[in-house]
Write a new protein. Structure first.
Length: 105
């Protein structure tokens, strides 16, 4: 792959696609790292019922909506995107909890 160009410096569709692929990989890697933190949080949860933390989810979504407003993003898109990410990660954390606490599942 040639050197990654800024969107403004792209001179072909191949340049654009290379940039999109690069950033999609960055998103994937960020989600992977995020999941590591989510799983690590299990050690601080007293029980499986403590995992969903609806107050934390609400606060996180509110903050992400503020980020969206600052960046000029569609708030409905950001709410749906982060809602999906958060709720999927909660399910992953529950599964992880159950894998290390099989007797309490």
């Amino acid at each position: 792959m040639s050197q990654l160009k800024s969107p403004e410096a792209c001179t072909s569709l191949a340049d654009i696609r290379a940039g999109i692929d690069f950033h999609d990989r960055q998103i994937f890697e960020a989600l992977e790292k995020r999941l590591g933190y989510v799983k690590a949080a299990v050690q601080f949860k007293a029980n499986e019922q403590a995992i969903p933390a609806p107050e934390r989810v609400a606060a996180m979504l509110e903050e992400r909506l503020e980020w969206a407003a600052s960046a000029g993003f569609d708030p409905q898109f950001i709410e749906a995107l982060f809602g999906q990410i958060i709720h999927w990660n909660i399910q992953q954390q529950i599964q992880h909890w159950r894998s290390i606490h099989p007797a309490s599942a």
